[in-house]
Write a protein that binds this ligand. Sequence first.
Ligand code: ADP
Ligand code: MG
Length: 313
Amino acid sequence: MNTKKRIVIALGGNALGNTLSEQMAAVKITAQSIVDLIEEGHQVVISHGNGPQVGMINNAMTDYSLNNPGQPMMPLSVCVAMSQAYIGYDLQNALREELKNRNKDIPVVTMITQVRVEETDPAFDHPTKPIGQFLTQEQAEEMEKKYGYPTKEDAGRGYRRVVASPKPVEIVEIGAIRALVDAGQVVIAGGGGGIPVALQGNHLKGKSAVIDKDFASCVLAQELDADFLIILTAVEKVAINFGKPEEKWLSNINVEEAKKYMEEGHFAPGSMLPKVQAAVDFASSKEGRRALITLLEKAKDGIAGKTGTIITK
Ligand code: ADP
Ligand code: MG
């Protein structure tokens, strides 16, 4: 078996932290795990989530607009773009430093990535993903009236803006990403699921949405013809009967088993389900492709088949 692989790594929230200072500290540890893989000769492409970061940016921008009459609201697509730059900046800096510490002179780059979605995606009619700050009922009504943003009451804690989470169709900058990866550079791309855009003639129009990073990473891995999609999260393995007395941690499963467990409802919709779905989509897309779900610090052992949940065709 060829041991040098092309790997797309999707970083979850715990790899980045929730605040400015947490992110600074977290990316140092994240960079070590990633550079471990590069040292083993693997070609690595990195994507990441942006939940807390896009919420923070959206909060700041919402405050600004609500406090400065006449200021338009910052489009969510722009907030996603800002989150890509903010996370990419910290991550590429940490990776560069870790590579240098190990005497590796490899360029690291963050690609501002747009991801095309369908304007007819039913997700636009059912915004489900809460983002940004908690609002009073009056603020929520003002926001809906002034800007047309839907809000929802969130578990008794106040109102929040809810956004759609459409499926990724196409990565606009894939050609540039591929060229950089083929040239041996370390690329961070598709951050926060990518900036959602819809095609209008030759124009790409930003859409008010946040794409699931697990699904966008799956498209990225397929387009780059990766061998491995690795989804790094807060658990070492995927479980069935998660949190119940009959809980069972899964090591190796095939696509059929994973589908059966999905249908039986073993994976929570907002967290583990998109990961397993993305893993299944990737593993079934071509012979030899594999997906791994595990902890950041277990990535190396996971590739070696020592831990994590591996999903194969
Ligand atoms: P990320 O930021 O990496 O996307 P999430 O919190 O969205 O992380 O998803 C990972 C979480 O999913 C785990 O920490 C765990 O609490 C939860 N989870 C839900 N169902 C399962 C399951 N069946 N097996 C393992 N973890 C599960
Ligand atoms: Mg998640």
